[in-house]
Design a protein around this ligand. Structure first.
Ligand code: DGL
Length: 275
């Protein structure tokens, strides 16, 4: 895949995820750079990523990226999905010439933050199992105990929340209980939210977690990286920017996200053909 992407007159960034999770990253980018136009792309046609096989996921992300970048010229691509980033980044970087910012589990800052050396890792089952994640732990948290729980259920709950549906808080309580049943859980003082969907459930998670546990995710660091990469470019300071959402499939669920999307200054939704 060679990128035919031309730089846009004013910088524009593509934020990509399997669903609404990347909005937690978009939110951090908007906090830092409120005038930066975003294209938010959700591969809802292949959602969820966390239960997919590695080869099929690499092929899918490759296909969707080719199409998206041809349709929406951007200056930076943010893979706002831990599940995709921990698998597809080397492939994407070898194929595309634009800067790619990947979102990977915040193990390094969590290891620095933890006083007890016991941290939790909440991610999709795929991210928990990825060699990339294990490598991050070996490199940045070799002295830590990492209590990992993989959950796709939480991903679905985050989607429901953004569609304005009633969510099953008992399920959230159950997932927290699973994390807390580990023999060293009483020492846990940091929990890494290593799926971009999960910061969207921060309030709910905090209700069931012991108070001393701090939540950490990669959103803010990604926003800082985007800001750094755009240094020297002119970005409007106002918030009157009109962002675009792109879905790979039109569904009743995607249509029900309209209200939530307006909170991200997304007022235009596109459904290009991804078949
Ligand atoms: N939001 C994605 C992540 O950060 C994955 C959700 C999914 O399973 O599709 O891992």
């Amino acid at each position: 895949m060679s990128s035919t992407t031309q730089p846009h007159d004013n910088p524009r960034v593509l934020v990509f995820d399997s669903g609404v999770g990347g909005l937690s990253v978009a939110r951090e980018i908007q906090r830092r750079l409120p005038g930066l136009p975003l294209v938010y792309a959700s591969d809802n046609g292949f959602f969820p990523y966390g239960t997919k096989g590695e080869l099929e996921l690499i092929a899918r992300v490759d296909l969707v990226m080719r199409r998206l970048l041809a349709l929406y010229p951007v200056d930076i691509l943010v893979i706002a999905c831990n599940t995709a980033s921990t698998l597809t980044l080397p492939h994407l970087r070898s194929q595309l010439s634009l800067p790619i910012v990947g979102v990977v589990p915040a193990i390094k800052p969590a290891a620095k933050l933890s006083q007890t050396g016991v941290m939790g890792l909440l991610a999709t089952p795929a991210t928990v199992a990825r060699p990339y994640t294990h490598e991050l732990i070996r490199e940045y948290a070799p002295h830590c105990d990492v209590i990992s729980v993989g959950s796709s259920e939480l991903v679905h709950i985050a989607e429901q929340k953004l569609r304005g549906e009633t969510i099953d808080e008992n399920a959230i309580a159950r997932i927290v209980a699973e994390l807390m049943q580990h023999e060293k859980a009483h020492l846990m003082d940091v929990l890494v939210l290593a799926c971009t969907h999960f910061p969207l459930l921060k309030e709910e998670l905090l209700k069931y977690l012991p108070e001393k546990i701090q939540l950490i995710d990669s959103g803010e660091a990604i926003a800082r990286r985007v800001e750094y990469l755009l240094e020297g470019k002119t970005i409007g300071a106002n918030t009157a920017v009109n962002n675009i959402a792109v879905f790979t499939r039109k569904t009743t669920e995607s249509e029900r996200l309209a209200a939530a999307l307006t909170a991200f200054a997304i007022r235009e939704t596109h459904y290009p053909d991804f078949s």
